[in-house]
Design a binder for this molecule. Structure first.
Ligand code: HEC
Length: 181
């Protein structure tokens, strides 16, 4: 009888151990799932959010440089048509890639140390993402049409529309810094 005791006791606690183990295993699965969501190779939004913000700003800077001669042509400066259409073609390519650089981890938010967010994108992008995406696609299409213009006049018409698309999107989806005094 006495020798039975430990065995009886161990039988009694077996379900407790089983439940505890199941809970532990469950917690491990949850942890693993959370960790897995953090570290999926290729999901750069999760492990390199600041690099993603920098990449989209560089894409925009590239677009801006290509846009300058298009704006100047609109203001009357003389250019060859094929030079202008080449600028528009590159803008179209970059605008097609641009809206894919907005994973939710790159929303504007102050860093833990209080330093300001590196992005000037507004939170509205993630509230109305389909609209933002549609505006990027529409602008890319205007740039593409400009790249196929047959005459300078046709090109300038598209160039004006393209400038309108830049400014329209920025008004909604980018914080414009007030000019420094
Ligand atoms: C669909 C929306 C959209 C369109 C179209 C668009 N932009 Fe932008 N642009 C943005 C957003 C959003 C940012 C802010 C990016 C950030 O800071 O994360 C930005 C940033 C910029 C910047 C600042 C980049 C930097 O270094 O911080 C410039 C310059 C710029 N855009 C020029 C242009 C020009 C020129 C066009 C038109 C040919 C254009 N954009 C079209 C949304 C747009």
């Amino acid at each position: 009888m006495f020798r039975m005791m430990p065995k009886t006791r161990s039988l009694a606690i077996a379900p407790v151990i089983a439940v505890a183990f199941a809970m532990f295993a469950g917690a491990m699965v949850d942890l693993w799932a959370a960790w897995g969501a953090e570290r999926v190779p290729g999901l750069t939004g999760t492990d390199r959010p600041d690099d993603v913000v920098q990449a989209r700003q560089l894409v925009m800077d590239g677009i801006d440089a290509e846009m300058m001669p298009i704006d100047l042509a609109g203001a009357g400066k003389e250019y060859q048509l094929d030079e202008l259409t080449a600028h528009a073609d590159r803008i179209s390519t970059m605008l097609t890639a641009f809206p894919h650089l907005f994973p939710p981890q790159t929303k504007p938010a102050a860093a833990a140390d209080g330093s300001p967010s590196p992005t000037t994108a507004t939170p509205a992008i993630w509230e109305k993402f389909d609209d933002f995406y549609g505006q990027a696609q529409a602008a890319a299409m205007i740039a593409f049409d400009a790249s196929r213009a047959g005459t300078l006049d046709q090109f300038k018409e598209q160039g004006k529309k393209l400038r309108g698309a830049c400014d329209g999107c920025h008004a909604q989806y980018m914080h414009v810094e007030p000019p420094h005094p």
